[in-house]
Design a protein around this ligand. Structure first.
Ligand SMILES: NC(=O)c1ccc[n+]([C@@H]2O[C@H](COP(=O)([O-])OP(=O)(O)OC[C@H]3O[C@@H](n4cnc5c(N)ncnc54)[C@H](OP(=O)(O)O)[C@@H]3O)[C@@H](O)[C@H]2O)c1
Length: 292
């Protein structure tokens, strides 16, 4: 079994977590809606995640909705003391599987309560305010009122740490003026590098950066350069994309999503991969070449 601690650790709130974590979104049904295709396999994946030493799982009550949190509870409760389960607040799903903003004070409070019940916990370890913006990428606009509501729920003891997701640098600074932000979760991978400067700035502040879609999400990464470098080091393109993230900045925490035990094993094995400077330079050029 891979020793994932070889990939190192980083501070996440009051914990030091391993840099290889797991994203639970892929465990819900197609379109992140409804139950998993294979319930037993989903449970087996979650148990394998923790058995491998992963101590950071990303989830949300709106995956399914409620599906991934309930699977996590079924598979892992009572939780290992060192397991950091991070959730997101700010959206709900429509009956038609749509993703809708839910950012009013009542929505956010209900969101926390739903996570507590479905995960079977008394306090959420960390909750990201998932800024819905235009629904796709980050877009500017004040999030002060919404983040203040989360800060209040934190003071009430329902949430331990706060983070931001799908957020601009300005929104993150706005949030930091209200309460400490322990992590930022935005779209970033070897081909989508809009957050390069933000990552460096957060690294200087000791704030974790947790890229979503590290493998391209619903549009898996495809690049001749990625495939060529992968072949040269005897890894798969997806492993190479994760290894690039690990080397990109020490504050990057990985949460690749998979519903497959075989893919999980490959993703954990990335802890053993060290990219040299030549490979990094080649991979860096992918982001420069791809229009974003
Ligand atoms: N904050 C946000 O707005 C936001 C948005 C999206 C996601 N997230 C979080 O970020 C996590 C990661 O993102 P993601 O799961 O959407 O996308 P991802 O990790 O970029 O990619 C997942 C896709 O890659 C496949 N895959 C995983 N490992 C693989 C491997 N070793 N080889 C080949 N294919 C592989 C998966 O299919 P298989 O299941 O077949 O392996 C799935 O189709 C999510 O699970 C979720 O927790 C957050």
């Amino acid at each position: 079994m891979t020793d994932i601690s070889k990939a190192g650790t980083f501070q996440l709130g009051d914990r030091i977590v391993k840099r290889i974590g797991y994203g639970a979104m892929q465990l819900a049904g197609p379109g992140v809606f409804g139950p998993p295709k294979d319930h037993d396999q989903a449970i087996a994946v979650l148990q394998a995640v923790v058995a491998a030493g992963v101590d950071h799982i990303d989830t949300s009550d709106y995956y399914g909705p409620y599906v991934t949190n309930r699977l996590i509870k079924e598979a892992l409760h009572p939780y290992p003391a060192d397991l950091a389960i991070v959730t997101k607040l700010g959206a709900v799903r429509g009956d038609d599987a749509s993703w809708n903003p839910a950012m009013s004070p009542d929505d956010l409070k209900r969101g926390v309560e739903g996570n507590l019940v479905n995960l079977g916990i008394e306090q959420v370890f960390a909750a990201n305010l998932r800024v819905m913006g235009d629904g796709h990428g980050p877009s500017e606009g004040s999030i002060a009122k919404e983040f203040a509501v989360l800060a209040d729920l934190q003071r009430q003891g329902l949430i331990k740490h706060l983070g931001m997701s799908n957020a601009t640098a300005t929104q993150i600074r706005e949030a930091q003026d209200i309460a400490p932000v322990v992590s930022v979760q935005n779209l970033y991978n070897v081909a989508h590098r809009e957050d390069d400067a933000l990552i460096d700035s957060l690294a200087e502040q000791g704030v974790a950066y947790v890229p979503f879609f590290p493998l391209g999400g619903f549009s898996p990464l495809q690049s001749d350069t990625l495939s060529r470098v992968a072949a040269s080091i005897g890894a798969t393109p997806m492993q190479t994309a994760l290894a690039w993230l690990l080397r990109r900045s020490p504050n990057i925490l990985l949460i690749p999503g998979t519903s497959s035990l075989a893919h999980l094993e490959q993703n954990l094995a990335v802890a053993e991969i060290e990219l040299d400077d030549t490979a990094m330079a080649e991979l860096n050029a992918i982001g420069n070449a791809v229009p974003v």
